[in-house]
Design a protein around this ligand. Structure first.
Ligand code: ACM
Ligand code: ZN
Length: 668
């Protein structure tokens, strides 16, 4: 069917919040509806809702939807909303459709109590419009989760994924293994960062130094019921086999062994060869299933080191017994066990895309986070997939110029970038496309110590996930969306949330937006010695450092050239020139092993043979804990030269500085 874009009209602006008027009407709706026809006037609804006429499952609406050929989930959520001169009519097949229509009504209601007269036809593109909250690294309690469910409902989101277990703390009551909460939920260190820098020390409930917490079963029941009232499904995640350091601290008998039979350094991986693991996790999953009605149960599967497995005698025994040829197949065996266990209980397992390693167990669904390739592969194999690639859907990254933002885990993901994500990879067959359930934002909390900051990282970027998941792809319009996001963020702020303020957004690094003119642009560039840029980070290739293109806020934008060695380059400017400045900007992000060089050295020559003594510029940033910092090392000189030898000397002592990233050698 043909879709219409929302037409912007003058908003009903009336109530004020901190000087900013709150907008209303269809022009603020997120997600943007499939089709909106605006009338001319406004309508003032009755305060008691008595003028809302609900027409559920009428033959005419069913027929209209049938003509659209929608999948079942979209039919169930579909609604037609008519705000007329004499009242409001809602048409839907289900209560869920009615709920979505009422959500639209609420979002459109202006503060003077009026609604614009309009007709809206609406239904979602994907069934899974999700948000993942990591409540392990920094625990967030029931009230926080209920509050986010309210915001998610306003956004017509469908799924909240709770990351309940990780090295930093177990966060759900499990009666059959009480030490998961009496020990594994408590640690020394109020924040994840304090805990990590203090040497990952666990504690016990009630100890004076114990920090942490967990959701009780009553908490979970309340959360699940609250979510169900808002047509939101909760997917619980219990990590298997990795990210399980807290479990191994409480139950060390689940660790691998060394070849001599003594306990191995546990790391974070459960031992798949250990027969105790299986009944324990079956018992845990059984209790989890009782609490969460979701058809999907997330069993983790990401980032297993598998190191201990390679020489653990019980792992090796299991591998020999089952004919498993490597540790990937061992992981697949373990994951497969729990996929089958859940299937016997009538549930489906979903896991991070590493569960493809060693063979994807029959019936498992995949959450694709390391890009979208894992998701594509799984969908082509006939498995259901949720797309949540780090490149667009990880909201633990900075949403604006990193220097202006709180410390964040990785890089720069602006609202615009999040909004640009398309969950269906190009060229996917129709059959495989039907396996793309939707998309999800992941909010890991290592660097998010407070509830307020969690909301700040989440909103408004979650709006983008909501709209991509619901609205037709052909209605996408970032400029229009951004305006609506500003209005909706104001609304959330008025409800007590803490969204990022887009009005003050700095946006992409200004220097990267247009080519920089300088004397070395187009110079002939020769690499001295054997060092070359890393193949994973070529930026523009051999001439990237003299192409006038500067990098953005983060090295993953592929505008930065990466080196695992000293940069050592000679530039030929073509003729002798007066030179007053030679400099370059470097990027550091020590958690990813990216650091500043310790110094740069610049020397000059007119003939390419005889070079001056190098002019040295020392880096003043011997940092060990930086994230997306930029540092320009510039040398002011008075030289005449055709040739410039430029070196950036790497810090070979600090492993956090393994990489150097540089975008341009600027000569003036
Ligand atoms: C993940 O980010 N390790 C799923
Ligand atoms: Zn083992």
């Amino acid at each position: 069917m043909k879709t219409l874009k929302v037409i912007c009209v003058a908003a009903a602006l009336c109530f004020m919040m901190g000087g900013a008027a709150l907008a209303a009407g269809p022009e603020v709706l997120i997600p943007v509806p499939v089709k909106v026809e605006l009338g001319t006037g406004t309508y003032t609804p009755a305060a008691d809702g008595s003028d809302v006429r609900v027409h559920q499952a009428t033959r005419q609406f069913a027929k209209e939807l049938a003509s659209l050929n929608l999948p079942d989930f979209a039919r169930e959520e579909a609604y037609r909303l008519v705000v007329g001169r004499k009242g409001i009519d809602i048409y839907a097949l289900t209560q869920e459709g009615v709920f979505r229509a009422r959500t639209t009504l609420q979002q459109m209601l202006a503060c003077d109590g009026t609604l614009p007269q309009c007709t809206i036809l609406d239904y979602p593109r994907f069934r899974h419009r999700g948000l993942m909250l990591d409540i392990s690294r920094n625990f967030r309690d029931k009230d926080f989760i209920l509050k986010q469910l309210d915001a998610m409902a306003q956004l017509k989101m469908s799924t909240l994924h709770l990351h309940l277990t990780d090295d930093a703390g177990w966060r759900i009551q499990i009666d059959s293994y009480p030490e998961l909460t009496s020990r594994a939920a408590w640690r020394e260190g109020a924040t994840y960062e304090e805990w990590r820098s203090g040497g990952h020390r666990y504690s016990a409930e009630g100890s004076p130094e114990a920090r942490g917490g967990y959701l009780t079963k009553d908490d979970v029941r309340e959360i699940v019921a609250y979510a169900a009232d808002r047509y939101i499904e909760i997917i619980p995640e219990i990590e298997i086999p990795a990210h399980s350091g807290e479990v191994l601290a409480a139950y060390p008998e689940l660790s691998c062994l060394k070849p001599d039979g003594t306990k191995a350094n546990p790391g974070g991986d459960l031992c798949p060869g250990n027969a105790l693991v299986y009944p324990m996790y079956e018992a845990i999953l059984s209790e989890v299933i009782e609490l969460f009605p979701s058809p999907y149960i997330h069993i983790g599967g990401d980032e297993a080191a598998k190191t201990n497995w390679k020489d653990c005698p019980v792992c090796q025994h299991l591998m020999n017994e089952r004919g498993l040829k490597d540790v990937d197949e061992l992981q697949s065996h373990m994951i497969g066990h729990f996929v089958n266990f859940l299937a016997e209980k009538g549930r489906r397992a979903i896991g991070w895309d590493e569960i493809l390693q060693g063979g994807l167990p029959e019936g498992a669904a995949v959450m694709s986070w390391r890009g979208t390739e894992g998701g594509r592969k799984a969908a082509e194999l006939g498995h259901d997939v949720v797309m949540s690639p780090g490149s667009h859907c990880y909201f633990d990254s900075a949403q604006d110029a990193p220097y202006s933002q709180p410390k964040a885990f990785s890089g720069y993901t602006s609202l615009e970038r999040a909004y640009s994500f398309e969950p269906v990879p190009e060229g996917l067959s129709d059959a495989a496309q039907s396996h793309i359930l939707g998309l999800q934002a992941n909010l890991w909390s290592e660097y998010i110590p407070t509830a307020a900051q969690m909301e700040y990282m989440m909103y408004p970027r979650a709006f983008a996930i909501a709209e991509i998941g619901w609205s037709p792809a052909e209605n996408k319009d970032y400029a229009d969306f951004r305006g609506r996001a500003i209005a909706l963020a104001d609304r959330l702020r008025s409800q007590g949330y803490n969204p990022f303020e887009l009005r003050g957004e700095i946006g992409r690094r200004p220097e990267s937006l247009k080519p920089l003119e300088h004397l070395a642009v187009g110079a002939e560039l020769t690499f001295n010695g054997r060092c070359r840029y890393n193949r994973g980070y070529p930026a523009g290739g051999d001439n990237a450092l003299v192409d006038g293109q500067l990098g953005g806020w983060f090295y993953k934008d592929l505008l930065w050239q990466g080196y695992l060695c000293d940069v050592d380059i000679t530039l030929d400017l073509g003729s002798v020139k007066d030179i007053h400045y030679v400099g370059a900007t470097f990027l550091s992000h020590t958690s990813a092993g990216v650091g500043f060089p310790v110094r740069t050295e610049v020397s000059f020559s007119e003939d390419g043979e005889n070079f001056s003594e190098p002019v040295v510029c020392l880096s003043e940033h011997p940092d060990t804990d930086s994230w997306a910092l930029l540092n320009t090392l510039g040398t002011v000189v008075n030289a005449k030269a055709r040739y410039i030898r430029y070196r950036a000397v790497r810090d070979t002592v600090n492993p956090a500085h393994a990489f150097i990233f540089i975008d341009e050698i600027v000569v003036n």
